[in-house]
Write a protein that binds this ligand. Structure first.
Ligand code: DOR
Ligand code: ZN
Length: 438
C-alpha cells in the first residue's frame, strides 16, 4: 500500500518546516521530499501510489498525541467506550491517546491493561497507550506490580483522578518509573484543602454559595512532586496545570535543572471560573477553572516553554450525571474533538508559532512517553493533515464521544484536522464521516 501526500506544507518541529511531499509505503514513512531545494525531488517513478492525498493549502504534521484522556472502558461504557473515544480522537486529528487508569476495574493488573490494548487493536483507529495505576485500586496505599504492567504494554503510571498523598509511595513510584522507563503522571491536589470544593475558591464561588478549591490545593502538591523529583533524580510529569503558582513553581524548577514536565488543557488557557455561571456542570472539572490571572500565567507558561504539553483531560460523563447540579455532578469535560481547533487560536493570537504548537500537541507528549516522533523515513506513518484556514463555530455535531459535556459549544475554531493517518491507514477524513478501523 502506497500513499503520497502532495502539495502541503510539512511542519515537523525541529526538523523541517516547508513545502514537501511524503511517501508512505506499507504503514511507514518511506521518503520525505523537501520542496525547498535542500533535498532531491521526488523521483518520477516513485511507484504508482494507491492513493494521492492532496494537501494543498494544508499543513502535514506528525500525528497529534493526547497525553491525558479517560476512555472509561472497562466499567463506564455509558460514558465512553474505547471505540467511541477513538472515533472522537481521530476526528480531532489525534493518532494516539494515553488513557488514564480510573476505569472499573482500575487498570492496576496486567489483565486489565491487556484488555484495553486488545479492544483498542480491534477498533483499529487511534493508538492507545494505557497508563497503569501507581497504587492498587488508586487507593494510595499499596504499589502495583509496575514491571508486570509494563511487560504487557502499560506506557505510563498514574493514579489520575486522585492525588497520591503518601509522599513515600510517590518517591518510590518515581524511582520505579525511572527504572522501568515509564513516565509518572502526577495529579496534584491536596485533598484536605480541596475538601468539599466544587469550583475555584473566590468571589464567584462565594456569590454562588458554593464551596471553593484554592489555588494552593494544586501548587502545594506540585512543589512536593518537584521536591521528590529532585530527591530521586527521576522525572515527573505534572497533569492538568491550572494555576499561576504551579506555573511559577515549574518554571523555577526547570531553571534549576529538575526533570519536570507539565501539561495544561484548552479549558484552562481559554476559560475562567466565570464559565461556571453560564455552563454550570459542563464547566466543572478537577482542578477547577481559575481566575484571569491564572489563565494569563498558563499562556505565558506555554509561550516560554514552562508548559510542554497541551492535553485534553477528555473526561466524558453522561448527560444525566452532569444534570445533577453543580454540587453533585462529576468532574470533567470532553475535549478530543475540539482541542486542535481551539489550540490553533493560540497561533492566531501569536502566543505560539505553529511549530511550537505541534511540538506541544505531538512531539513532546511522545517524547515523554519515550517514543519515536516525527516525519522520518522508517518511522510509523502517523500523520495529521490540518486545514488552518477553516473558520467555524463549534457545534454539537462535531462530537463523536458518547458524552456531550463541553463548555466549548459556540466558541470560534481556528482550523480542523482534515485527515488522520495511523500506521499508513487513513482512519479519518473530514467530510467523509466514515471511520476506517481494522
Ligand atoms: O475533571 C476531572 N475528571 N478530573 C480528574 O482528575 C478526573 C476526571 C475524570 O475521570 O472524570
Ligand atoms: Zn487528574
Amino acid at each position: 500500500m502506497r500513499i503520497r501526500i502532495v502539495g502541503g506544507t510539512i511542519v515537523d518541529p525541529g526538523r523541517y518546516v516547508g513545502p514537501g511531499e511524503i511517501l508512505i509505503v506499507d504503514g511507514r514513512i518511506a521518503a520525505v521530499y523537501r520542496g525547498d531545494g535542500t533535498g532531491p525531488p521526488p523521483p518520477e517513478d516513485a511507484g504508482a501510489p494507491h492513493r494521492i492525498l492532496d494537501a494543498r493549502q494544508k499543513i502535514v504534521t506528525p500525528g497529534l498525541v493526547d497525553l491525558h484522556v479517560h476512555l472509561r472502558e472497562p466499567g463506564f461504557e455509558h460514558k465512553e467506550t474505547i471505540a467511541s473515544g477513538c472515533r472522537a480522537a481521530v476526528s480531532g486529528g489525534f493518532t494516539a491517546v494515553c488513557c488514564m487508569a480510573n476505569t472499573r476495574p482500575v487498570n492496576d493488573e496486567p489483565e486489565v491493561t491487556r484488555h484495553i490494548l486488545s479492544r483498542a487493536a480491534q477498533v483499529g483507529l487511534a493508538r492507545v497507550y494505557p497508563a497503569a495505576a501507581v497504587t492498587k485500586g488508586l487507593e494510595g496505599r499499596e504499589l502495583c506490580d509496575h514491571a508486570a504492567l509494563k511487560a504487557v504494554g502499560a506506557a505510563a503510571l498514574s493514579d489520575d483522578g486522585r492525588p497520591l498523598v503518601d509522599s513515600r509511595l510517590m518517591r518510590r513510584a518515581l524511582e520505579i518509573g525511572a527504572e522501568l522507563g515509564l513516565p509518572v503522571i502526577a495529579h496534584c491536589e491536596d485533598p484536605y484543602l480541596a475538601a468539599e470544593g466544587v469550583m475555584n475558591e473566590g468571589p464567584t464561588a462565594a456569590e454562588l454559595g458554593l464551596p471553593g478549591i484554592p489555588n494552593a490545593c494544586e501548587s502545594i502538591m506540585v512543589l512536593r512532586d518537584i521536591a521528590l523529583s529532585e530527591l530521586t533524580g527521576a522525572p515527573v510529569h505534572i497533569a492538568h496545570v491550572s494555576t499561576a503558582e504551579s506555573v511559577r513553581a515549574i518554571r523555577e524548577a526547570k531553571s534549576r535543572g529538575v526533570r519536570v514536565t507539565a501539561e495544561t488543557a484548552p479549558h484552562y488557557f481559554l476559560l475562567t471560573e466565570e464559565a461556571v455561571r453560564r455552563h454550570g456542570a459542563n464547566a466543572k472539572m478537577n482542578p477547577p477553572l481559575r481566575r484571569p490571572r491564572d489563565r494569563e500565567a498558563l499562556r505565558e507558561g506555554l509561550a516560554d516553554g514552562t508548559i510542554d504539553v497541551i492535553a485534553t483531560d477528555h473526561a466524558p460523563h453522561a448527560p444525566a450525571e452532569k444534570a445533577a447540579g453543580l454540587r453533585e455532578a462529576p468532574n470533567g469535560v470532553i475535549g478530543l474533538e475540539t482541542a486542535l481547533a481551539l489550540s490553533l487560536g493560540l497561533v492566531e493570537e501569536k502566543i505560539l508559532s505553529i511549530e511550537v504548537l505541534i511540538e506541544k500537541i505531538s512531539v513532546n507528549p511522545l517524547r515523554i512517553l519515550g517514543k519515536d516522533c516525527g516525519i522520518v523515513p522508517g518511522y510509523d506513518a502517523d500523520l495529521t493533515i490540518i486545514d488552518r484556514q477553516a473558520r467555524f463555530v463549534i457545534t454539537e455535531d462535531l462530537i463523536r464521544s458518547k458524552s456531550r459535556n463541553t463548555p466549548f459549544i459556540g466558541m470560534p475554531a481556528y482550523g480542523r484536522a482534515v485527515a488522520t493517518i495511523v500506521g499508513g491507514r487513513i482512519v479519518y477524513e473530514y467530510g467523509k464521516d466514515a471511520f476506517r478501523g481494522k
